[in-house]
Ligand binder design. Structure first.
Ligand SMILES: Cc1ncc(C[n+]2csc(CCOP(=O)(O)OP(=O)(O)O)c2C)c(N)n1
Ligand SMILES: [Mg+2]
Length: 895
């Protein structure tokens, strides 16, 4: 081999590189960028095939994705838009400052919106499509606003004349007469304004993904005309640390959701400090999103950087931009131009040379991409026009932009709520707000005259874009009640045949799906659990939704119940993803407002992975006024055999109690389920109540009895007498309350108590402790406030006040459930329940372990009678022995 001296080798390398680059340039000039891209792809494949290991990078350089020469001109008046933005900025800051003038400040955030003002204003003036007017009503965007930016959204609504000064004055004072403004986006509190809640970090982006997919579902199933509407999700860069924020980003790429746009406000800061002090959040997010298949548009630098980048032939500046970590960039934001010159540009004399014509002041004032309307406009335009997948705009900003000494770029800025007079004056001057020095200390709101060009401009822009956003409006028509015959068969019972409540529910669901009037509106949602619940017949009956249809031959094609995917499929099979399924539930459950379609979601899942795991999303569903049914399957701590500690749910009913508009039931029998679902559809879709339902269903099979007469009302109110004592005048009396799959245990206990112990007991089916509890407290509260009126009697008291004997309750949930009604009963309640960690065991052993089987109901009844002096304690002892109960067994609640 010929020896090549190092100097010659370097020269050779350089020549070789030059030749390759020249060839590439030639192809670029003659064939264009697509041809270059194809060639590079081919070269890469070829190199890989020949064993060349290429380093992986999902990143592009730390510069704007859209170069200056690719930019479109911005329509409209940049000058006016800047003035309007300044007014919005001022009023947003003023409302927070005013809310915190009093000694007892009530919080609010200035710095989030201050950093995001341009991101929103460009959207409002040029992109966000309203849904309130004319043809666009069907074609409007759904926007998830970053929660902490709410003051800016209110400030704009004020300028638009949608809310008035008193509203701004009552920001965070929601109980004030005339109405205040909620701290964050809450449709529950401002049902004509906010559409979706976002302030629990991470939920907004997740819900946005599933909203975008649900829009396609509605179109593919012909429930809504095809539209070019977009879903926008605005989020913070710190927020992307939430697993929910990035956890589902592969879905929209896979589903080619080009109706979805994320805008991440990359101010490099979160609450405590930098998001990635030692790294670059923008690059990290770019890699994650590109890796997931998104179109990524970075808007990092403002227009002042363009001429410098144009001069940067050898890539020195781009390299420098890419090597600074975020913590240092934040430092530049708070420092002087001289500091930036020395520390950023001073790294290389050639860099210094590039900016020698700029003063320190000019250096300091060079804007970032997210503060430059042209950059933001072009990024949004690229996002809106992008086909075949979702887009994320990564816009770099400064947190607390414009606040100067009051917090711009500082670590404390997130919490900044106050500004002193000097800071206010500086802010006013910087943004040119026409408020005098004398007035500025009072932080007055400022709105130009109705006929000013600013107000007119805003109004015109919004009119052209289809109306004001955000606006929440119920668009669907009231539904007709479902024909009663759908539910009737369930009232007859199963004639001794055994069935589980899950099987009953699935049968009812499949009947609803067949209903001519409303079947097409039912949206079954499952997180890879349909077979667990015996729902696989539905795969074939209505199909699994897939925009792409079915591009393969399913392995079970030759069976009756094959795995059928179809572009008009009805089931949302979300995979092992309760959070995503819940987001689908929210999209489908709010479509009556957002899309004017009365879709009825039925989300059935492993009950332990519901409230316990995704409780915050369920809370957001309540806030969103979502309607529909949640079904906690395989529920009941002792009813789900085998699975053990992580799976056995004895908690969800208790959690559900705390969700104010969640109506929850623990039904035992087929007819109870039918009555509850029939009434639920009526209340939600006919009477238009903003409630949603939670039903636990179980997998234990037993005969379903016929519905007794006159119990419908009681089923819905929470309890009814299922079976009366056969000897009402017996000396020993008891009232036995049972729920769900434990009710059959209670019925068995009733029989033995009567035959063996001469105790005559009534059996009550308690379908909802939550409903009884709420009614009890509502009555008590009313009585407290109306002492001179005749007292209201809680429903549970009405049921039991004259019922003789001891009171015993047993359920498959924690004892706190029956305890919740104790105060309204004539005598103390003995409670059996399933507090404690579950076990893998058989059903019978579990019920023994948790002390909820018929034997414990018997012993509890006898013990209560003994306590009341109605029988001798020795009889209880005998019963304990007779039923093989070990009185020294450990307490399941703590073992
Ligand atoms: C689930 C959740 N955890 C914590 C918070 C409290 N919190 C509110 S804002 C914030 C920081 C937000 O930072 P970032 O997302 O970067 O938004 P920015 O204000 O910087 O735009 C935190 C921790 C919250 N709202 N939700
Ligand atoms: Mg941030």
């Amino acid at each position: 081999m010929r020896y090549i001296a190092p100097k010659d080798a370097a020269e050779l390398d350089a020549t070789e590189t030059r030749e390759w680059l020249d060839s590439l340039d030639y192809v670029l000039q003659t064939g264009g960028s697509a041809k270059v891209a194809r060639l590079l792809r081919e070269l890469t494949i070829h190199a890989r095939q020949n064993g060349v290991k290429l380093p992986f990078t999902a990143n592009t350089p730390y510069i704007n994705t859209i170069s200056a020469d690719e930019q479109a001109l911005m329509p409209g008046s940049p000058d006016l838009e800047r003035r309007i933005k300044s007014l919005v900025r001022w009023n947003a800051a003023a409302m927070v400052v005013r809310a915190n003038k009093a000694e007892e400040g009530i919080g609010g955030h200035i710095s989030t919106f201050a950093s995001a003002a341009t991101l929103y204003e460009v959207g409002f003036n040029h992109f966000f499509r309203g849904r309130s007017e004319g043809e666009s009503a069907n074609d409007g965007d759904v926007i998830f606003f970053q929660g902490h930016a709410a003051p800016g959204i209110y400030a704009r609504a004020y300028l638009e004349g949608r809310i008035d000064e008193s509203h701004l004055e009552n920001f965070r004072r929601e109980t004030k007469a005339g109405g205040g403004l909620s701290s964050y986006p809450h449709p529950w509190l401002m049902p004509d304004f906010w559409e979706y809640p976002t302030v629990s970090m991470g939920l907004g982006p997740l819900m946005a993904i599933y909203q975008a997919r649900f829009m396609r579902y509605l179109e593919d199933r012909n429930l809504k005309p095809k539209s070019s509407a977009k879903v926008w999700a605005f989020l913070g860069d710190g927020e992307t640390d939430e697993p929910e924020a990035l956890g589902a980003i592969t879905l929209p790429a896979r589903e080619k959701l080009d109706n979805l746009i994320f805008v991440v406000n990359c101010n490099l800061q979160r609450l405590d400090g930098p998001v990635r002090g030692n790294g670059q959040i923008i690059q990290e997010l770019e890699a994650a999103f590109r890796g997931a298949g998104w179109n990524v548009v970075k808007a990092i630098w403002g227009r002042e950087w363009d001429p410098l980048l144009a001069k940067d032939r050898d890539g020195l500046l781009v390299k420098r931009m890419g090597e600074i970590v975020d913590g240092q960039y934040q430092k530049y934001a708070v420092e002087s131009g001289a500091y930036v010159r020395e520390h950023f540009w001073g790294a290389d004399p050639r860099l210094l040379d590039m900016v020698k014509h700029l003063s320190d002041d000019q250096l300091k004032k060079m804007t970032l991409g997210g503060h430059d309307p042209i950059k933001v406009y072009n990024a949004y335009r690229a996002a809106v026009e992008h086909k075949g997948g979702p887009t994320v705009v990564l816009a770099r900003t400064i947190k607390g932009y414009g606040l100067g000494e009051a917090g711009e770029g500082k670590n404390i800025t997130h919490q900044q709520k106050k500004m002193n007079e000097e800071e206010l004056r500086a802010f006013r001057t910087r943004f040119g707000i026409p408020i005098s020095d004398a007035e500025v200390g009072k932080t007055p709101f400022y709105r130009p005259a109705e006929d000013s060009i600013e107000i007119k401009y805003m109004r015109e822009k919004r009119k052209a874009l289809g109306g004001y956003v955000p606006t929440r409006k119920v668009r669907a028509e009231v539904m007709k009640p479902v024909a009663p015959d759908v539910f009737e068969e369930f009232q007859k019972g199963t004639d001794g045949r055994k069935a589980s409540t899950t099987m009953v529910f699935v049968r009812l669901l499949s009947k609803l799906l067949r209903d001519k009037e409303m079947g097409h509106l039912v949206v079954p949602i499952v997180p890879d659990e349909a077979r667990t619940f015996g729902m696989e017949a539905l795969f074939r009956q209505v199909g699994i939704y897939s925009h792409a249809g079915q591009m393969y031959e399913p392995v079970d094609m030759d069976t009756l119940l094959y795995y059928k995917e179809a572009s008009d499929g009805q089931i949302l099979e979300e995979g092992i993803n309760e959070a995503g399924s819940m987001s689908s539930f929210i999209a489908a459950g709010t479509a009556y407002a957002t899309h004017g379609v009365n879709t009825i979601p039925f989300f059935i899942y492993y009950s332990m992975f519901g409230f316990q795991r995704i409780g915050d999303l369920i809370w957001a569903a309540g806030d969103s006024r979502a309607r529909g049914f949640l079904l906690g399957g395989t529920s009941g701590r002792t009813t789900l055999a085998g699975e053990g500690l992580q799976h056995q749910d004895g908690n969800s009913q208790l959690f559900a109690l705390a969700y104010p508009n969640c109506v929850s039931y623990d039904p035992a029998f087929a007819y109870e389920i039918a009555i509850i679902i029939e009434d639920g559809i009526k209340r939600m879709y006919v009477d238009q109540e903003s409630i949603f339902y939670y039903l636990t269903v179980m997998n234990e099979q037993y005969a379903m009895p016929e519905m007794p007469n006159g119990v419908k009302d009681g089923i819905l109110k929470g309890m009814y007498r299922f079976r009366a004592a056969s000897k009402p005048n017996a000396a020993l009396r008891a009232q036995l309350l049972g729920s769900g799959a434990i009710l059959p245990e209670v019925i068995k206990a009733q029989e033995i108590l009567e035959s063996k112990y001469n105790v005559s007991a009534d059996v009550w089916s308690v379908t909802s402790y939550t409903e009884l509890y709420r009614d009890g407290h509502a009555s008590e509260r009313w009585n407290m406030l109306h002492p001179s009126d005749s007292a209201r009697v809680p429903y549970v008291t009405q049921c039991l006040k004259d019922a003789p004997g001891v009171l015993i309750a047993a359920s498959d949930y924690v004892k706190a459930m029956p305890d919740a009604i104790d105060r309204w009963l004539p005598r103390p309640l003995t409670v059996l329940g399933t507090d404690g960690f579950g076990r893998s065991e058989t059903r019978a052993s579990l019920r023994e372990f948790f002390e909820v089987d018929y034997r414990y109901v018997i012993v509890a009844t006898l013990a209560a009678l003994a306590r009341d002096g109605k029988l001798d304690a020795s009889i209880v002892d005998q019963a304990i022995k007779a039923h093989n109960i070990n009185p020294e067994k450990s307490n399941p609640a703590t073992s």
